[in-house]
Write a protein that binds this ligand. Structure first.
Ligand code: GDP
Ligand code: IMO
Ligand code: MG
Length: 428
């Protein structure tokens, strides 16, 4: 086995960064394949915390190649900031590789993200306002600007001039907004171009030749299944494919070259932004989860919505991504609960349903069927072997594995790299 995909099973913030960092010790290369700086992946090592948005969570290992593949939408300002921050903290950044086909987040993307959210008013998606949706829109509309364009001075200014002409029309005539200064944008981005140029390459040939040479590659999903543009709670989703299938398109690696898929499952559920969330607890239980878990967004600082673990969603994610193993994170956050619930089925009008409804109207009518578990009420953060976990914690985890049909691969009992229990080998 040489290729492993890490994909969020819920609504994001499951602890993908921590799991990628824990597995990256064995990997030659870590690859981001979708999303952009809407991601906030936290890695904690030796008391130091790193918040990553575009850089793969393998960056803390010297010598690990960190690829930002073509499916990512890249805000160069953010990328340069992250690289500079890492350098200032003594992290080696010489192994970063950026796809020449990745699309570039431009100032109008961030502006239109904001304007569209304001226009939606009460129906807003609650985006991160990083310009992600508008950048993917332009990609599909074939007016996007790619990294290969950005580093070609003449091409870049020609393309920007032509796109800004259109964007300014929309800004002025639709939004009654001041036009963008095209010359200022070109000047700003020419500086970025020179800074990112050393990292740019064809990541398709790089990754495929690494796979052919038997190198160990970790693909790091951002966002999660329920935010997938096709499979999530549309339209309250992001604009990319966080499921494992996203690797094929987002990194140019054929599906048959993926050996193992790991779904990251938080021990309870959270969601940032608007949209359906069947197991949400708008009550003291939700408040306790938020406080115990310090559930506030990494990117935006917004309080996250909290609720019980939804095994129906985990099962759905497993089906979509072909998940071999679960990495269950933040189990320690449940340490102080005397009673823990898990949703193991959905009912509508009293009847069990076997699918996640496409219609949000129908999804809003879903009643979660809960199983109740006794808590373990002790500190598990220092436990390093599965057999040493309290019996009630093992019962909870084993029930999750049986309801979803997915094996347990990792149990995480704290944010730090070493607070990780491995139940399987992921690389040969
Ligand atoms: P991501 O977006 O999926 O990478 O997740 P985030 O980094 O946004 O949020 C997960 C948070 O949980 C981060 O602060 C992590 O450091 C932290 N974390 C990850 N695993 C664990 C764990 O097992 N226990 C605890 N207490 N914190 C964890
Ligand atoms: P990580 O990788 C949680 C949510 C936003 C919003 C919706 C669309 O850290 O798990 P976007 O800016 O992508 O157009 O916003 O998706 N969202 C996330 N929620 N974790 C994330 O990333 C998210 N990235 C986007 O809150 O509801
Ligand atoms: Mg996050």
């Amino acid at each position: 086995m040489s290729t492993v995909v890490i994909s969020g099973a819920l609504w994001g913030d499951e602890g993908k960064g921590k799991i990628v960092d824990a597995l990256a010790a064995q990997a030659d290369t870590v690859v981001r394949f979708q999303g952009g700086s809407n991601a906030g992946h936290t890695v904690s090592v030796g008391g130091e915390e790193y918040k990553l948005r575009l850089l793969p969570s393998g960056i803390l290992y010297k010598g690990t190649t960190c690829v930002i593949a073509n499916g990512v939408v890249v805000d160069p300002q953010c990328l340069i900031e992250e690289i500079d921050n890492m350098k200032a903290r003594g992290v080696d950044t010489s192994n970063i590789r950026l796809s020449n086909r990745a699309h570039v987040v431009m100032p109008w993307h961030k502006l239109f993200d904001e304007l569209a959210e304001n226009f939606r008013g009460e129906n807003k998606i609650g985006t991160t306002k990083r310009g992600i949706g508008p950048c993917y829109i332009d990609k599909a509309d074939r007016i996007g600007i790619r990294v290969c364009d950005l580093i070609d001075r003449q091409d870049f200014s020609d393309k920007v001039r032509s796109v800004v002409e259109l964007k300014n029309l929309i800004l002025e005539k639709v939004y009654n907004h001041a036009p963008l200064d095209v010359e200022e944008i070109i000047r700003e981005y020419e500086v970025y171009a020179e800074k990112i140029r050393p990292f740019v390459c064809d990541t398709i040939s790089l990754l495929n030749s690494q796979i052919d040479a038997g190198k160990k590659i970790l693909f790091e999903g951002a966002q999660a299944t329920m935010l997938d543009i096709d499979y999530g709670t549309y339209p309250f989703v992001t604009s990319s494919h966080p499921i494992s299938g996203g690797v094929g398109i987002g990194a140019g690696v054929a599906p048959k070259k993926i050996d193992t898929v790991v779904g990251v499952v938080k021990a309870y559920c959270t969601r940032v932004g608007s949209g359906p969330f069947p197991t949400e607890q708008l009550n003291p239980v939700g408040d306790k989860l938020r406080e115990a878990g310090r559930e506030f967004g990494t990117v935006t600082g917004r309080p996250r919505r909290c609720g019980w673990l939804d095994a129906c969603v985990v099962k759905y994610a497993g089906q979509l991504s072909g998940t071999d193993y679960m990495a269950v994170t933040r189990l320690d956050i449940l340490d102080s609960f005397d009673e823990i619930k898990m949703c193991t089925a959905y009912k509508i009008d009293g009847a069990i349903i076997n699918e996640i409804p496409a219609s949000l109207k129908v999804l809003a009518k879903v009643e979660p069927v809960y199983e109740i578990f006794a808590g373990w009420q002790c500190d598990i953060s220092k436990i390093r072997r599965f057999e040493d976990l309290p019996l009630n914690a093992k019962i909870y985890l084993e029930r999750l594995a049986s309801v979803t049909g997915i094996k347990l691969g990792i149990v995480s009992v704290g944010a730090n790299r070493d607070q990780t229990i491995f139940l399987a080998d992921f690389f040969d």
